[in-house]
Design a protein around this ligand. Sequence first.
Ligand code: TXE
Length: 481
Amino acid sequence: MLKIQNYINGQLTAPISKQYIDNYDPSTGKVYSLLPDSDELDVSQAVEAAKKAFPAWSMMPKDNRAAILLRISALIDQNLERLAKAESKDNGKPVSLARTVDIPRASSNFHFYATGILHYASHAHSMEDTAINYTLRNPVGVAGCISPWNLPLYLFSWKIAPALAAGNCVVAKPSEITPMTAYLLSELCIEAGLPPGVLNIVHGYGHKVGSAITAHPEIPLISFTGGTKTGAEIARVAAPMFKKLSLELGGKNPNLIFADCDYEAMLSTTMRSSFANQGQICLCGSRILIERSLYEKFKADFVAKTKKMTVGNPADDNTKMGAVVSKQHMEKILSYIELAKQEGGKILCGGERVMLEGGLADGYYIAPTIIEGLPYDCRTNQEEIFGPVVTIMPFDTEADALKYANSTIYGLASTVWTENLTRAHRIASELHTGIVWINCWLLRDLRTPFGGVKSSGVGREGGFEALDFFTEPKNVCIKLK
Ligand code: TXE
C-alpha cells in the first residue's frame, strides 16, 4: 500500500516515529494508502531546514523565485489528470470538479503569486522638506500554513504560493483526511528545482503536527483555514507569542432571493451554491431566504431539480454529486438532519444516507437535502453543517431578510439575487459578511480581499493583502536637513 512521505529539506522522508495513519477513500469507505503520523520532532526538523534555506531564498532575485514558482504551476498543469483523479479519490469529490476547479485553481495560485510578486511595491511618505519615510517589506522568515480537507490542493497552494513568492520559507500541514495531492505536490516541487528546505510538508494529525507548528517559537506567522473551534485554539496558543495570524474559518452563508431576480440564472446558480462539492465549501449558501411572493414557485422548482440530482461514484466523469469526506463527517451531517427534524423542520427531499452498490456500498454518500419550516434562530439555521443540506425560509420585507441573514455568529459570504440596482447596493452595504455576491456565486478574482468577519475569521487572503500578510513592514525615516 502506498505510503505518503513527508517532504523535509528537499527529501521525501518517513516520519521519525515510523508510525502511519490510515487514509480512507470516501467513495468506498476503504483504506487505500497510509500517511505519516508525524509529531513535533518532524516539525522541528522542518523548521531547521526552513531556517537554513531562508537566507538564500529570501535574497534570491524575485524573477528567479518567480521562475521556480511558474515551473511548479506548469507541472501542475502537465499533471492535471493525475492530480484530479488523486484529489477525487482522496476527498470523494467528483473527478469533473477536481479537473475543472480544484487543480486548475492550484496552478493559478502559483501562477498568480509568481507574477504578483513582480508587481508588489511598498510605500514612501514624504514630510515635505523635513524627511522622507520609506517602507521596506521583508519576508517574516518561516511561515506556518495549515489547511483543511474540503479543497485540499486549492487551499494548500492558496497559502503556500504567496508565502513563498514573498520570500518566506514554509512549514505546511495539509489535512490528515486528504493528504494525497500535497504529497504529489512535493514531488513536483523537487522536479521544479525548488531549493531544499524552502517548502517543507509535514503530514499528520492536527493535535500533533498542527499544534507543534502553532506553538513553535521560530514560526512567527500562522495562516490557517479550517473549523472555527480549531481557529480559536490556534489563536489561544499563538496570541501570547504575538504571532501574526490569518484565520479563515467557518460560515453559515445566506442567499437572499428577491422576487424580481433573473429566475433561471438564480435557480441554476442556487443549485451549485447549495450542493457543489457536496456542500463542503465554506462559501456554499446554506440558508436560502426567499421573498414570500416567490416562495412556493421557488420551492417547487428547487425541490424538483434537486430530486433529479443523482449521487454517484466520484470517479465517474458524469457524476455531479460524490461522497462526503469521511465517516465521521457523514455522521455529523446526518446528526444535523436529525436535529432539524427535532426542531420541527420538514424534509422536502433527501435527508438520508445513500447506499450505493458493489464496491461503493460502504462509501459515505448523503442525498442532497432541503429542509423548510424552521425559524431563523434555531440551531439548524445557526450552526455550520458543511454538507449537502440547505434550509429554505420565506421573508416579507428587506429588513426581515437582513435580520435573518445577519443573525449568526458567522460572516463569511452572502449572495443577493435582485434586478433592483439600488436595493442590491443597499443590501450589500448592510450584510455583515466579508464577501457579497450579487446575481452570481463563487465568481473569483484572485486580486480581491478574501475572508470573513465575526467568527468566520481574522485577516484577508488574496491579492496584495496576502503579500502584506506574509511580509513585515519596516519604516525607514531619513531626515533631510
Ligand atoms: O477541521 P479542522 P475539521 C469546518 C466544518 C467542519 C469542521 C471541522 O464545519 O465540519 O470545520 O472540520 C488542523 N492545531 N470546516 O475537523 O479540525 C487539521 O489537522 C493546529 C470549515 O476537518 O479545523 C487540519 O489540517 N491545527 C472549513 C486543519 O487544522 C489543527 C474547512 C483543519 O481541520 C489543530 C474545513 C490544532 N489543535 C472544515 N486541530 C472552511 N472554512 O473552509 C486540527 N488542526
